[in-house]
Design a binder for this molecule. Structure first.
Ligand code: FES
Ligand code: FE2
Length: 641
């Protein structure tokens, strides 16, 4: 507990002042790291810079084509390409794990832009109101021999200790505190001028129930960066996060982002109608507005449309004209409503990774539904999906979290394999464009500027128009997708560690020749969700225990029968206690054959249900499920061609 107490109030007061000075919302709970470093800054100390992550200024090698021309129609207020140019992925906070999923006082690995970090929730041993929690994070690499710190432990004092040779590090500063094999530690500190024995601490905080880390440097950079984006409803009175979900996907985060903000696929990929409320049509067009925030460091785009069944109602009226078997949309919003009562369906993308979808009453502004998605950019070809339903639900109405997880896992399975098939083409195309670009420039411009692409590409800014060249936007709802696509095209080359991994894919042809990962790998719920969700893991363990208990209990009557077989069923005075017990049990059971049958049936049903539930947490969505789902489409969307 000692590590939490010293000068905490002073630090927090100082940090509060810091928040005001830098306009970081004070409700964000930044770890003591922030406070400590704010004090260091005041005192003139230098915090250790994360040299490999320092944001570098963009070098324009190509004047990017103006993507603002795309879908630049009257009701789309587009911003020019220059708003993207200032975007720096490293100058943003990223949510990496739900705070409730982070075990106390144990290191956990998270990944961001293909770099591993170790995060931990340090909890004091006190219970009750005095109990204190804070999150800390470091690069997941021990400076001694590069073993992962996440494989180690937290000491009783709250330091990260490497499991290999026991070096310990201050989790707030990264400073090496102990090298067990060295007696005179002072001499090491004095001789280690370059501080090579220190690890790299990373700013961390809890905000809206998630752990956020800042990969772009120390506190100084973190305070200058835009604060973590908020979902307004989460902080409003009466609202709360009703369910929080996490799942790691072998799908590139850019592709998952586009999938989530696309309501047009709900009818087909998920066979549901309510996505349609966010779709646009000629009768309820989509309005798209962009905003450059935080002095050009942040960018957001919002689409709004009337929450009506846009695709279904118009098309079905037409299709139902000459047919007997009429299909009617059946969502509650398809009923006749007064114009003023129709909620506004809003989708907001807060770059780089938050999508909020909500339905709000146009008159009162009250939210009837809100869901937020944070797509953590774990790396090229992967993502961590985190979502939260936000609602005005009384606290006593708490549905076990795993129930929501089972439902949403089934839902997510429906289109994730589709994304895997799409990803091959999109990443292949991105790779081809990067290689083409490098080839074009290798002899002239790059040479002139004396830049060697094969050595370091991280600071180069190039436009990779993969979406502009490869996607075909046709739907009236795709104005939003087109703008987000333009943002991605313009900024992908600045995504940390991306250019090299995309380059390594070897171009479109090479990617096409490689085999697609299997459905069971893409949809492997156990590694993607169950293992990282304590609530689901507990259900799995309970299911296994219930099944084992059922087997043992069901076998007991048989065991008694076998043991009693051949023994006299007369209990004599000299019989052993065990013998008496067996004979008595056997006699008891022999008189209750119906009871035993009932017991067996009950155990079999319980075991069957536990087995069924357990299976929900492993790979489930086979081709049979897909075919079954495809057969549901005609009940929503009439085949006419
Ligand atoms: S690698 Fe960490 S202590 Fe040796
Ligand atoms: Fe779960």
């Amino acid at each position: 507990f000692a590590f939490l107490v010293p000068n905490l109030t002073t630090y927090l007061n100082a940090f509060q002042n810091g928040c005001e000075a830098f306009q970081l919302p004070s409700r964000c709970r930044v770890s003591n790291f922030a406070a400590v470093h704010y004090m260091e800054k005041k005192a003139g100390f230098r915090t250790k810079p994360h040299s490999s992550f320092l944001p570098s200024s963009a070098v324009d090698l190509e004047v990017a084509a103006s993507v603002s021309e795309m879908h630049d129609e009257s009701n789309t207020k587009t911003s020019s390409i220059s708003t993207f140019e200032k975007f720096d992925y490293l100058s943003h906070w990223y949510p990496v794990i739900w705070a409730r999923d982070l075990p106390s006082n144990r290191p956990t690995q998270v990944t961001l832009f293909d770099v591993n970090y170790v995060v931990a929730k340090r909890v004091s041993e006190d219970s009750g109101p005095k109990k204190q929690e804070e999150v800390v994070a470091m690069l997941d690499r021990c400076p001694h021999r590069s073993a992962a710190l996440s494989e180690g432990r937290l000491t009783a004092q709250g330091s990260f200790q490497c499991a290999y040779h026991g070096w310990s590090f201050d989790a707030l500063t990264g400073r090496c505190l102990d090298i067990p094999q060295v007696e005179n530690k002072r001499s090491i500190r004095i001789s280690d001028k370059k501080k090579r024995i220190d690890g790299t601490a990373v700013p961390a905080m809890v905000h809206q129930e998630m752990v956020w880390i800042f990969p772009g440097g120390g506190l100084e950079q973190a305070l200058k960066a835009p604060p973590p984006p908020s979902v307004p409803e989460i902080d409003e009175d009466g609202y709360r996060i009703v369910s929080s979900v996490v799942r790691d996907f072998p799908i590139d985060w850019t592709i998952l982002l586009e999938n989530i903000m696309d309501p047009d696929h709900g009818l087909f990929a998920h066979q549901v109608e309510y996505f349609d409320l966010y779709s646009a049509s000629s009768e309820s067009p989509q309005d798209v507005r962009e905003e450059t925030r935080h002095g050009g460091k942040g960018w957001s785009v919002t689409s709004t449309t009337k929450a009506v069944n846009s695709i279904l109602e118009g098309s079905l009226q037409e299709k139902n004209k000459n047919t007997e078997s009429e299909i009617k949309p059946n969502t509650f919003l398809s009923k006749e409503r007064k114009e003023d009562d129709i909620p506004v369906a809003t989708t907001t993308f807060d770059a780089p990774n938050l999508i909020t979808m909500a339905r709000r009453n146009p008159g009162t502004g009250k939210t009837s539904f809100a869901i937020a998605f944070w797509i953590c950019p774990s790396g090229t070809g992967k993502s961590r999906f985190m979502s939260a339903n936000v609602g005005k639900v009384p606290n006593f109405l708490k549905i076990p979290r795993w129930i929501g997880h089972v439902a949403i896992m089934n839902f997510l399975d429906q289109d994730t394999f589709l994304l895997a098939t799409q990803q091959k083409h999109v990443l292949g195309k991105e790779s081809e464009l990067v290689l083409q670009y490098q080839k074009l420039n290798s002899q002239n411009e790059i040479k002139e500027r004396n830049i060697n692409l094969s050595e370091d590409t991280s600071h180069l800014k190039i436009n990779i128009p993969v979406r502009r060249k490869f996607y075909v936007y046709q739907s009236p709802t795709e104005r939003l997708s087109a703008r987000v696509g333009a943002f991605l095209d313009a900024t992908l080359s600045l995504v940390p560690n991306r250019l090299k991994s995309i380059q390594n894919l070897g171009g479109y042809e090479q990617v096409m020749q490689s085999s697609l990962i299997s459905r069971s790998q893409v949809l492997d719920r156990f590694t993607q969700h169950t293992q990282i969700c304590p609530d689901s893991m507990e259900v799995v363990k309970n299911c296994i225990q219930i099944q084992s208990a059922c087997k043992v209990l069901a076998a007991l009557p048989l065991l008694v029968k076998v043991l009693a077989f051949g023994n006299s069923n007369m209990v004599t005075a000299t019989a052993s206690l065990l013998h008496r017990c067996i004979i008595n049990c056997n006699g008891f059971l022999a008189k209750r054959p119906v009871g035993i049958m009932g017991f067996w049936i009950g155990a079999a049903i319980l075991s069957f249900l536990a087995n069924k539930l357990e299976k929900e947490f492993y790979y489930k969505y086979t081709n049979d499920y897909r075919e079954n789902d495809m057969d549901k489409i005609p009940s929503l969307w009439k085949d006419t061609v």
